[in-house]
Ligand binder design. Sequence first.
Ligand SMILES: [Fe+2]
Length: 428
Amino acid sequence: MLKKEINDLLTQTGPGTPMGEMFRQYWIPALLAEELPEDGCPQIRVKLLSERMIAFRDSEGRYGLIDEFCAHRGVSLWFGRNEEGGLRCAYHGWKFDVTGQAVEVPSEPEESNFCAHVKLRAYPLVKIGDVLWTHMGDPAKRPPMPEFEFAKVAAEQNYTSKRWQECNWLQAFEGGIDSSHVSWLHSGGLKNDPLFKGAKGNEYNLADFRPYFEVAEADGGLFVGARRNAEEDSYYWRITPWVMPSFTLIPPRGDHPVHGHWWIPIDDDNCWTYSFDYHPTRPLTQAELDAMRAGHGVHSENMPGTYRPTANKDNDYLMDRDAQRRGELFSGVRGIAIQDASLQESMGPIVDRSKERLVSADAGIIKARQKLRKAALALRDEGTTPPGIEPAHHQVRSAAVVLPRDASFIESSREALTAELGKPHASV
Ligand SMILES: [Fe+2]
């Protein structure tokens, strides 16, 4: 249960808010690289942390993320023309380069030097892996580029998708560190999804509905361990790393790729869910890629030309009551990603956490909220750099392991929880 002030602190990420300032310390995904596929391609609107911007790739291949609105009269540059070396406003022809600098104001005399004094707010946009990353904070405090393993493996070992989720980032993220819902909501997926099924661990996952949670500190966030019974003398541990503010890795299953998510606030009522699958030691197979593109596993089938899922709030997520009755789909909603989105969106755009009743299986969520709050306040009050910014903090792995009953999950898994290119994943 959270007081309203704390809920506001954790959920609001606009300019000037403590959590918003914290998000602005990190490199975060701004777009998928596929959204700006070639030099001089059409620009797109991007809203992040409640700021409206335009992303474009100029004729030289440089990426830019600049204020959506022209410095002249506030017209949206979405209507502009992506020309030689910059974006030209459709209203009076003012032209801006990828740094937001005005490079032409045609109505002014050439010798006036007026241009030099006009600059739009702009952020960097850098491609690593399938993602274009941005840093929306103080350029003087810009950290080194992120080093998450999914973005560093060879292109053929990774697949990244994204979807628009119509709720606040925090309730979406909380689902990502909550292993206990998997035995219920995703029970059908554990048996049937081509990217989940067949692992030995799934049997333990489906047989034990009372996971015991233990949380261990990590340099960049937490390791959330969910323990279920395995054999008589052993436990099955699913270990989910969280790197602050909102990056998580789902524990793997057998030889399936490792999945993970990054939740990025669009504004306080909406977020982007970036979902990826990578295999640390081999290329993804054609069958796996086909399944991911079709919306299996953690991915979604989206409406053509958009990142809005085909099954969404406006069509009741294509609820299938017959499949729900038969037990084929526990909630009647198809696909693991949409199962999560539908329930998280059903809580309302920002759930009222003063009314919730948390239980011991919510230990990861409770601890994560404490850490987020503490870090946001330490940044605001003392200027303390929050955890998860250092590239070394990104080098974590999820793991699914069977351990003797008396073993400490964290001590036994340190090696498995450290990312290292080419090292096999610990996955039962
Ligand atoms: Fe889920």
